[in-house]
Design a protein around this ligand. Structure first.
Ligand SMILES: [Zn+2]
Length: 457
């Protein structure tokens, strides 16, 4: 911890306790954590901003102080002794609705998986309440692994599907980005969602998703329309690109160039998977500030390939981690971080290749926030940022004893080690149990929805 940060932390804590001076149920003190990973190098030691034996004070929706021995004055105290406190995980790419096809087509690459699992149902067969049930379950599963922010890239085959998705995202209590897969003719629907449901909701954010870029007339029309509405709303554009080797045949980067996705969306283009790229394409993407999402569990499951993460990092592109829906198959950020490391090591035989432990922890938190453009709000425990925080209990059979907790989070961590989850200052998980979510009801609704959809086939 630097002297300046000690002073700022103490000043902040002093300010809050004297300014409030009376009972305020909206203050929570996470007290006595054995280790706080702030992800803010100005607050603690090393690139992850580590602080031993420290507290985190939450007031309302945001963090007001991080440091040792903060005053519990009128705060609800959460005992974090022996535990690790860190920013919640940011899932930068998901399709939560795909809980409906968990475990489907276990031995197929993308084409066979889509043909067998998603194509038969990705139409009017999924009704509003079905999409809601699937997304609600998917979101709950990400919460269980400490995910406080989700990006839902919604295929939105119908407007009812998109509405059900919004209902579920709102009900989750998690921070979210809806990346709405746009189609010609949906302009007013998107404007309505954006104006009536995204802008008034402090947890809601929006991007325009487009189809996989190709020169087929239908895809090109949807992509062009997506770019147009994204210009109008000044949002990011979210695209799947070069996930499979076969995607090269469509030269999707040239398609994006032709519709202005690079020049007109400097710093506002998010590219998912980005596996089968050339050096020149990476140069172009980096030059326009395109961000990338890495989905290692999906890439392994579908035999898609290995993202050129070291080359992308060398070009200073922002990269976040994602679960990618049904191909993950279970959202587990610990496994995702391990896999991001393991894929590069296994293919290069180099244990020092990017990413290392600190790199994946950053990608899973602040790096992901940067990909979503939310780095001023979340991703680190910097006072003033929103209180999106998790508490990890390392005193478990898969994790103990204490050797190097930072390494252990990545190599030993499991969702079951996540005990507390706070989003925007609200407690969504407490001592390993969901708060405000009826898990059994959510499971039953998802099963009933799955049965309804299958009956319509
Ligand atoms: Zn995807």
């Amino acid at each position: 911890m630097t002297l300046g940060s000690v002073i700022s932390v103490l000043a902040l804590s002093g300010f809050t306790s004297s300014a409030l001076g009376q009972a305020n149920p909206e203050r929570t003190l996470i007290r006595g954590a054995a280790l706080v990973i702030t992800m803010d190098p100005t607050l603690g030691t090393g690139p992850l901003g580590l602080i031993q034996n420290a507290d985190v004070l939450i007031e309302g929706d945001h963090i007001v102080a991080v440091g040792p021995d903060l005053s519990p004055h009128h705060a609800e105290v959460v005992d974090a002794r022996g535990k690790i406190v860190m920013p919640g995980f940011v899932d930068t790419h998901d399709h939560l609705w795909q809980t409906v096809i968990r475990g489907c087509e276990a031995d197929e690459a993308f084409g066979g998986w889509a043909a067998g699992c998603t194509n038969p149902i990705l139409n009017e067969k999924i009704h509003h309440e079905d999409a809601e049930a699937f997304v609600r379950l998917g979101a709950l599963a990400t919460l269980a692994t400490g995910t406080t922010t989700i990006l839902e890239n919604s295929h939105a085959p119908t407007m009812a599907f998109a509405d059900g998705t919004m209902d579920a995202l709102e009900a989750s209590g998690q921070r979210f980005v809806l990346a709405y897969r746009f189609r010609v003719g949906r302009e007013q629907h998107v404007r309505d969602i954006y104006t009536n449901r995204i802008l008034p909701n402090p947890l809601a954010n929006f991007e325009v998703g487009g189809p996989v870029p190709s020169r087929s007339p239908a895809a090109l029309a949807d992509l062009t329309a997506a770019i147009t509405i994204a210009r109008e709303l000044t949002t990011k554009v979210n695209i799947h690109i070069l996930e499979t080797a076969g995607d090269r045949a469509n030269n999707p980067v040239s398609v994006l160039q032709d519709v202005g996705a690079f020049t007109d969306f400097d710093g506002r283009l998010v590219l998912n998977h980005l596996i089968h790229t050339t050096d020149a394409e990476l140069d172009l993407m980096a030059a326009h500030g395109a961000a990338a999402t890495h989905n290692p569990m999906s890439n392994m499951r579908l035999a898609s390939g290995v993202m050129r993460l070291p080359d992308i990092h060398a070009r200073h592109m922002k990269v976040g981690l994602g679960f990618d829906g049904g191909t993950a198959d279970t959202p587990d950020m610990f496994e995702t971080m391990r896999s991001a490391i393991g894929l590069q090591r296994a293919t290069t035989h180099n244990p020092k290749i990017f990413p290392g432990v600190e790199d994946v922890l950053r990608m899973a938190t602040l790096g992901g926030a940067e990909v979503l453009g939310l780095q001023d709000q979340i991703g680190s425990l910097t006072p003033g940022k929103k209180a999106d925080i998790i508490i990890i209990n390392p005193n478990d059979a898969n994790f103990a004893p204490r050797v190097d907790w930072v390494n252990q989070i990545v190599f030993n961590g499991q969702p079951g080690n996540v005990e507390w989850v706070f989003v925007n200052g609200n407690t969504l998980m407490k001592k390993g149990k969901f708060v405000g979510a009826d898990e059994q009801a959510i499971l039953e609704e998802a099963q009933a929805a799955r049965d309804r959809v299958m009956a319509r086939l």
